[in-house]
Write a protein that binds this ligand. Structure first.
Ligand code: QAP
Ligand code: CO
Length: 174
């Protein structure tokens, strides 16, 4: 399965993903291909819409204290629903679909999530810290929302200007 990362401002990132109904070999193939793509792109989280598949599928690999991303830490989250949110926290976020840009984003500090694993088993999870932030970031993707949508008007304008400039430079260096 050959995947490509969809980059802002591609309209496909605005699509709303739909629920996974079949927990079959195609889903396994997608999850495995997303993992390879995330690791080779130095990501910690990836939603299926970022590889142009509008399904409620996301993966996360939060580094441990040593900064290692072992496969044991891989989380595969399908059909997630955030059932509880509390507190707030700010973190400098980035996104594989918005390469080269990082901005402080405010999110809930603690969340609870219900979701399904790759075999369709229902699960519940409480999360805080970076895991909680990453889940919220990836769940936003399933609704067509990007972290840059959460910037203030003036920071967003500044972002658009800098991003366009960076893209022009990227094109010219090709
Ligand atoms: C989402 O983001 C996230 O610009 C995952 O050049 C971010 O994996 C969750 C990346 C922050 C929680 C906190 C970004 C790689 C990876 C780039 C990522 C880049 C190369 C972003
Ligand atoms: Co993202």
């Amino acid at each position: 399965m050959k995947l490509n990362i969809v980059e802002y401002p591609d309209k496909r990132l605005r699509e709303k993903s739909s629920k996974v109904e079949r927990f079959d070999a195609d889903l396994y193939k997608l999850l495995d291909a997303m993992y390879d793509m995330m690791m080779s792109s130095n990501g910690i989280g990836l939603a299926a819409i970022q590889v142009a598949i509008a399904k409620e599928v996301l993966i996360l690999s939060i580094p441990d204290e040593e900064g290692e991303q072992s496969k044991d830490n891989l989380m595969e989250i399908i059909n997630p629903v955030i059932t509880y949110k509390n507190g707030d926290t700010t973190y400098q976020e980035g996104c594989l679909s918005v390469p080269g840009f990082y901005e402080d984003i405010k999110r809930f500090d603690t969340i609870s999530l219900s979701y399904q694993d790759r075999d369709g088993n229902s699960k519940n999870l409480n999360a805080e810290g970076l895991l909680s932030i990453a889940i919220q970031h990836e769940c936003d993707h399933l609704n067509g929302i990007l972290f840059i949508d959460k910037l203030s008007y003036s920071r967003r304008k500044k972002f658009e200007k800098e991003y366009k400039k960076a893209q022009k430079e990227k094109k010219n260096s090709k």
